[in-house]
Design a protein around this ligand. Structure first.
Ligand code: NZQ
Ligand code: ZN
Length: 392
C-alpha cells in the first residue's frame, strides 16, 4: 500500500427531511448566493423547502447553471458575488451546479486577470482562498457533494477541463434520497453509470496491496448493480434510493483512492466527447470504458480477473477468458440500465474525433494517461476509433 494523507472535511446530513437541518450548519449572518440550475427544484418542492428553512437568511438567487457548467455563465455569478458582497454559496443541484459553485468560489477570490487559468494552468496555480459553500444534492452521480474537484466547460472553444483544491470541499452537504423521485430516467441511468465508472477508475489498475480499498470498491460496485433495477423501476423505493445515493457519494469522496494507484483515462477521453458532441458525461464513460479496458488488457489483467471473480462471480475459464468476460459484463450492465455504448449511437460526426482528441492531448502535454502514464495520445486515437461501432 502506498503512503497517504487523507482528510475529508465535508459534513454529511443524510436522510429524508435533512434540508431543514442545514441552516444550523451555516453562519447565521451569512450573505448567501443560492445557486441552482434550470428550475427542476421549483417543480419538485426543493426550492420551497429551502425558502422555508432559510427564511431568516440573506439569500440572493442565481439560476440557470446549465448541465456541464458553462464558464461564461459562472463568470456572471462571480460578478454577482462581488457586486452584492456575498460571502457564502449554497449550491442546489447535481454535479453541474455543485461544480459550478466550486469554480465560482475559487474565481471570486482569484487575483489574476483570467479565471480560465484556474483550469488551463491547474498544475501551476495554487488556490489560496475560496468562498465557503454547502450543497443540497439533487442528483446522485458525481460525488461532487463530498469531494474537492470540479469540471467546467467552455462552449466557445469546445473545451472541458477539471481542477481541484483542498479549499473546494463543501462545508456541508445534504443527501436526501427522496430527491430522486423527480429525476428523469435518463439522469438516473447517468448517475448509476457515472458512479460505477468512478469506482473502476480507482480500482481497475494493478494489485497494490490495498486489500481493504479493493473490498470497499467491490462493495460499491456490487451495491450499484444490486440497486440499479430497483431504483429504475420505482423511484419512490426509499431503501434503494438511499443505498444508491450513498454509493454514489462513496464512489468519489477519496476514500477508496487512498494508498492505491488511480487511472482516470476513461474520464479524460470521455470529457472530450462531451466537449465535442455534447454527450452526457456518464454516457461518454460507458462508450469509452469497455474499449479502454480492452486496450489496456495486459496491464490491467490481474485486476480484471479479480473484478470478474468477486463482482461478477465468473469463476470458470482461463484468466484471459475471465478478464474478457468481465469487460463484456460491464458493457452489458451499461446496456441493461439503458445506456448505449457506441459513439455512433450518439453522433454522426465522429469520423474526425480520433485525430482531434489526439492533438488536444498532445497540445496539453498529456504524453501518457492511465495509472502507468503509458497510454500515449496515439493510443488514445486508436481507442477512440474503436468506440465508433458497437462491440461485436
Ligand atoms: O438544471 P435542472 O433544472 O436542475 O435539471 C437538472 C439537469 O438538467 C436535472 N436534475 C438534477 N436534479 C434533478 C433534476 N431533474 C429533476 N429532479 C431532480 N432532483 O438533471 C440534469 C443534469 O444535471 P447535472 O448536474 O448536469 O448532472 P450530473 O450530476 O450528472 O453532473 C454532471 C457534471 O458533473 C461533472 C460532469 O463532467 C458534468 O459536468 N463531474 C463532476 C465530478 C466531480 N466534481 O467530482 C466528477 C464526475 O466525473 C464528472 O466529471
Ligand atoms: Zn464521472
Amino acid at each position: 500500500m502506498q503512503n497517504f494523507i487523507y482528510q475529508n472535511p465535508t459534513k454529511i446530513l443524510f436522510g429524508e427531511g435533512q434540508i431543514a437541518n442545514l441552516p444550523a450548519q451555516i453562519p447565521h449572518d451569512a450573505r448567501i448566493l443560492l445557486l441552482y440550475g434550470g428550475g427542476s427544484i421549483k417543480k419538485n418542492g426543493i426550492y420551497d423547502q429551502i425558502q422555508k428553512a432559510f427564511s431568516h437568511f440573506h439569500l440572493v438567487e442565481f439560476s440557470g447553471i446549465p448541465a456541464n457548467p458553462e464558464y461564461e455563465v459562472l463568470l456572471q455569478a462571480v460578478e454577482k458575488i462581488k457586486e452584492q458582497n456575498l460571502d457564502y454559496i449554497l449550491a442546489v443541484g447535481g454535479g453541474s451546479v455543485i461544480d459550478g459553485a466550486k469554480f465560482i468560489a475559487a474565481a471570486a477570490k482569484y487575483e489574476g486577470d483570467d479565471p480560465w487559468q484556474l483550469l488551463a494552468k491547474r498544475n501551476e496555480i495554487k488556490i489560496t482562498d475560496a468562498v465557503p459553500f454547502s450543497a443540497i444534492l439533487t442528483l446522485p452521480a458525481t460525488g461532487s457533494e463530498m469531494n474537492s474537484g470540479a469540471v467546467v466547460s467552455r462552449r466557445a472553444t469546445k473545451e472541458k477541463l477539471s481542477f481541484n483544491s483542498p479549499l473546494l470541499y463543501p462545508k456541508c452537504s445534504v443527501l436526501d434520497p427522496t430527491v430522486i423521485r423527480s429525476l428523469p430516467r435518463r439522469q438516473l441511468e447517468n448517475g448509476i453509470a457515472d458512479a460505477f465508472t468512478h469506482v473502476l477508475e480507482q480500482y481497475m489498475t494493478y494489485p497494490a496491496g490495498g486489500l481493504l480499498q479493493d473490498r470497499f470498491a467491490e462493495g460499491i460496485l456490487q451495491t450499484l448493480i444490486a440497486v440499479s433495477q430497483p431504483v429504475l423501476e420505482d423511484q419512490s423505493n426509499y431503501e434503494a434510493a438511499a443505498n444508491f445515493m450513498w454509493s454514489c457519494t462513496m464512489a468519489l469522496n477519496g476514500l477508496i483512492a487512498q494508498g492505491v494507484p488511480q487511472d482516470w483515462g476513461v474520464h479524460a477521453i470521455g470529457h472530450e466527447f462531451t466537449a465535442l458532441f455534447g454527450i452526457d458525461h456518464a454516457r461518454t464513460l460507458a462508450i469509452v470504458a469497455p474499449r479502454y479496458y480492452e486496450h489496456c488488457f495486459e496491464d490491467k489483467k490481474a485486476k480484471l480477473v479479480q473484478y470478474a471473480e468477486r463482482v461478477w462471480q465468473i469463476t470458470s475459464g482461463s484468466d484471459d477468458e475471465k478478464a474478457h468476460q468481465a469487460i463484456q459484463k460491464t458493457e452489458t450492465f451499461f446496456n441493461s440500465i439503458g445506456i448505449k455504448t457506441a459513439l455512433s449511437d450518439y453522433t454522426e460526426d465522429y469520423a474526425t474525433a480520433p485525430e482531434i482528441i489526439e492533438k488536444r492531448f498532445q497540445d496539453r502535454g498529456w504524453v501518457g494517461i492511465g495509472e502507468n502514464r503509458k497510454v500515449t495520445p496515439a493510443e488514445v486515437k486508436d481507442i477512440v476509433k474503436r468506440t465508433f461501432s458497437p462491440a461485436v
